[in-house]
Design a protein around this ligand. Structure first.
Ligand SMILES: Cc1ncc(COP(=O)(O)O)c(C=O)c1O
Length: 498
């Protein structure tokens, strides 16, 4: 086939051939990328302006050959991608994706099933229901439970809170919040460490950002249940309506797990919806050794649990699980547009996922999760989760033995926080110490040797290190510690934060 033809829309004769040619080109790029990953810098030093220059082309009027397109991907895009799959990416909850999930996702793209309505995704919608059943089983839910895959944890939290709001306020779905005929507030309670999606969600649901009560945390960054009780009592006394208690299982900044059993008790005592944000920490359920931390999660009315975090599935894929089953989600979201109302009269309607959440057209997210779960099994996941936590415990022990580091909080998942505080910096003001953490993060980032984030804990900035990759080994942890010390010394030598 000529290069000119390559850029045209394929026909029934050339479709298969195009997939084969492009598939080979893509596999070559990806395999080369994967081969170089262990040694490659974690991030590019390119500035936005430099990257803009690379892609600064006018709207293409004529088609370009595949060869050239893939060449540009290899030349301009891949070298400047953030190497999230690197074993030295210690950043946000962004994993190395499992090859089996990547390629299952490619198959899902080619099939282009539209998982909104069962008719447009019959087999894959049934697979989605199966995946949800497995996740429900994993967190200890009974056979009634159900759920929906979502674009991520933010949407999962929103869907969970929507169910909570609808239970608290009769008629809210159809008549809006004014139907209550009350100017009293509808209140959601979560720890001050809760993910920002809670703030967005209470706004979207018409509750208002000010009515998310962010409850202080204890010295280990768990929600303080005494203060939570006080806040609920105070709101009740003032005539407000408590709606939902939310617990974190793997908080974004610290990875710690709130006392879920106690939160379930408090929610039950006051007749409140109990939501658990286990977007990251849900994967502890795989591990016999660490599962105990989730005790009480099975009592939650809803749970956010993201396969695209600690289950190594490529973006995007979150999940919202509901103890009460599909009925709860359908009460919140069901609708029957004219073009989706054919009499079918069977179980098929149960698999119309547009009835269970906000999304309309939705890609076949389930296939990659299904493939990953079948490939690793519970035991395979448990091994990785255990290994990653062990590596972080090792990192924490290294910090503890080095005098220039001060650890912050506990290791409960594969996340550890610490502050770089050599003797000279201990004399400095809190603001200067905070700036030091930021400066160190920047130096590490510029070195390309690793990537980590910083966060703010009880008002003070700290380094936040998460082992995300199943590729990470002890040597990568030792390397990170030496890199931090080296870059830290460079800052120290100037006697100032540069
Ligand atoms: C605890 C927690 N919940 C929810 C989210 C939101 O997930 P997503 O970014 O997939 O929407 C995050 C993201 O990191 C998170 O850490």
């Amino acid at each position: 086939m000529s290069e000119a033809n390559n850029s045209r829309v394929p026909d029934t004769h050339s479709l298969a051939e195009e997939h084969e040619r492009l598939g080979r080109a893509a596999v070559r790029l990806i395999a080369d990328y994967a081969r170089a990953l262990d040694a490659a810098p974690v991030c590019s030093r390119a500035t936005p302006e430099e990257l803009e220059a690379l892609f600064d082309e006018p709207l293409p009027q004529e088609g370009t050959g595949f060869g050239e397109i893939f060449e540009q991907i290899g030349r301009d895009l891949i070298p400047h991608a953030m190497n999230i799959p690197s074993p030295r990416y210690f950043g946000l909850f962004n994993p190395t994706p499992l090859p089996v999930a990547v390629w299952a996702d490619a198959v899902a793209s080619a099939l282009n099933q539209n998982g909104a309505a069962w008719r447009n995704s019959p087999s894959l919608s049934v697979v989605e229901a199966r995946v949800l059943r497995w996740l429900c089983q994993l967190v200890g839910y009974g056979p009634e439970s159900f759920g929906t895959l979502t674009s991520g944890g933010s949407e999962a939290n929103l869907v969970g809170l929507k169910c909570a709001r609808d239970r608290a306020v009769e008629g809210a779905r159809d008549q809006g919040l004014r139907a209550r005929g009350s100017d009293k507030k509808l209140v959601v309670y979560a720890s001050e460490q809760c993910h920002y999606s809670f703030v967005k969600s209470v706004d979207i649901l018409g509750l208002g950002r000010e009515n998310l009560r962010k409850i202080e945390t204890d010295s280990r960054f768990h929600i303080r249940t005494d203060l939570l009780r006080d806040a609920i009592e105070r709101d009740l006394k003032e005539g407000h309506t408590p709606v939902c208690v939310a617990g974190a299982a793997g908080a974004t900044s610290t990875g710690v797990v709130d006392p879920l059993d106690e939160l379930a008790d408090i929610a039950r005592e006051h007749g409140l919806w109990f939501h658990v944000d286990a977007a990251y920490g849900g994967a502890l359920a795989f591990s016999e050794k660490h599962r105990w931390r989730l005790r009480g999660i099975e009592r939650a009315d809803s749970i956010a649990f993201d396969p695209h975090k600690w289950m190594f599935v490529p973006f995007e894929c979150g999940a919202l699980l509901v103890q009460g089953g599909g009925r709860v989600l359908r009460d919140a979201f069901d609708i029957t547009p004219e073009y989706l109302s054919e009499e079918r009269g069977g179980a098929d309607v149960e698999y119309d996922f547009f009835r269970y959440g906000q999304l309309g057209t939705r890609r076949g997210m389930a296939l990659k999760v299904w493939a990953a779960l079948k490939s690793l099994g519970v035991r395979g996941y448990a091994e990785v989760v255990d290994k990653q936590i062990e590596l972080v415990e090792y990192l924490a022990a290294r910090f503890d033995e080095l005098e220039e580091f001060e650890r912050v909080g506990e290791v409960e998942t594969a996340l550890c926080c610490a502050r770089f505080l050599p003797a000279w910096a201990r004399e400095q003001s809190p603001a200067a110490q905070d700036e030091l953490q930021r400066a160190l993060q920047q130096r590490v980032e510029r070195s390309g040797g690793a990537w980590l984030a910083t966060t703010v804990l009880h008002g003070r900035r700290a380094l936040r290190i998460n082992v995300n990759s199943f590729l990470t080994e002890r040597r990568h942890i030792d390397y990170l510690v030496e890199l931090l010390r080296h870059e830290g010394t460079m800052l120290t030598q100037g006697g100032q934060v540069s």
